[in-house]
Write a protein that binds this ligand. Structure first.
Ligand code: NAD
Ligand code: SER
Length: 326
């Protein structure tokens, strides 16, 4: 039975991986950590939680030893739009946070999951059906840290035998915890605004295609990869995973299937548009399918139906005084 620690556990991805791992293993076996302590009160109350900066290796070692941790999901990072506003802070957290986790894992004998991203690609990468192994010359600081992180994780595996694994996630869409400052955040916000106001002002152009994924698939990808037979893994730290690719116009059209009066207009943010323009339209994920059986369950239609159903119910609950998570 695994003893798990999650960094960045109160974020968009962490809060959902935490909930699923605690459902499978029990709350006591899944230790949550984050620099914040003021959100997701239910998760914090339900099992062990530590508030500290992930760059503090002494504190991390104490916690890993105390709980006999053997598996770390390292999710603390700055996302693309926030990183572009403060590149030095992004380098500091994304690289020094990862180095701290890898060093503690090396000494204490832990496996490590670290997500990379579509942000690890750049304008010279093939845009359509982006191959698993291809050119990676990203132009954002987020992308620079993601490529360096993929390489560093590979290095710790080859040099020290640390069991490092990871996927390149597309933009993640979820209804539980709001996204944390990425270029793909529009694809979550559009559902909230559709339910609340019936309209949305989008910060990317209507024809900007990006790879996206619904959170239940993203959670399953992380857990399935960490549970995969290591002898089958050839790529380890940077598996392309893909489930759907769409642009804001298409997403709006699917929302209109359920909210016919929904309207979208555009007020383009040049910084996030430039980042999106440098990323692929859609990824080819054959290696993940062959090496550990990756297969997504959701497409744009099933995700849209589910997001609108969950958010409408939550809005209705809020009207009658129930807790609204947003
Ligand atoms: P998020 O911003 O929602 O969550 C990150 C968490 O890290 C936050 O709760 C934050 O409080 C915490 N954190 C920040 N600084 C910290 C520090 N110094 N010490 C400890 N914790 C700190 O991000 P997310 O969307 O959950 O992303 C998790 C990982 O997945 C990141 O590596 C990200 O690059 C990757 N990823 C996310 C997406 C996406 O669309 N959400 C897509 C591709 C890859
Ligand atoms: N959703 C993430 C971002 O936009 C992609 O890694 O930063």
């Amino acid at each position: 039975m695994r003893q798990i620690l999650i960094t960045g556990a109160l974020g968009q991805l962490g809060s959902e991986i935490a909930a699923e791992l605690r459902r499978r293993h029990g709350a006591e076996k899944v230790v949550l950590t984050d620099i914040r302590g003021d959100v997701n009160a239910d998760l914090i109350a339900e099992g062990p939680f530590y508030q500290f900066d992930i760059r503090d290796g002494v504190r991390l070692t104490e916690i890993v030893r105390k709980h006999r941790i053997d598996t770390v999901y390292h999710l603390a990072a700055l996302l693309s739009a926030t990183a572009e506003r403060d590149p030095q802070a992004a380098w500091d957290l994304n690289m020094n946070g990862l180095t701290t986790v890898l060093e503690v894992a090396r000494v204490e004998g832990c496996s490590v999951f670290t997500p990379s991203s579509i942000g690890a690609f750049g304008p010279t990468t093939p845009r359509d059906w982006t191959p698993q192994d291809t050119l990676q010359r990203p132009t954002s600081m987020y992308g620079v840290t993601k490529v360096a992180g993929e390489l560093l994780c590979d290095y710790y595996y080859h040099k020290f035998g640390v069991d490092t694994r990871g996927v390149r996630y597309p933009g993640l869409i979820s209804s539980l915890t709001p996204p944390g400052g990425g270029t793909t955040d529009y694809a979550v916000d559009i559902y909230y605004q559709a339910v609340r106001q019936g309209r949305y002002r989008c910060f990317l152009k209507g024809d900007t295609y990006l790879d996206m994924m619904y959170m239940p698939d993203a959670v399953r990808a992380a857990i399935d990869l960490m549970e995969a037979d290591p002898s089958r893994l050839r790529h380890r730290n940077a598996f392309n995973v893909s489930s759907m690719s769409f642009c804001p116009e298409e997403q709006a059209a699917y929302i209109r299937k359920y909210i016919p009066e929904f309207e979208i207009d555009y007020h383009v943010d040049p910084v996030r548009q430039a980042i999106a323009n440098s990323w692929p339209n859609n990824l080819e994920d054959y290696a993940a399918r062959v090496e550990w059986g990756w297969e997504p369950a959701h497409d744009l239609d099933t995700m849209t139906r589910d997001m609108l159903r969950v958010l409408s119910r939550r809005l209705e609950d809020a009207r009658y005084g129930w807790n609204d998570q947003q």
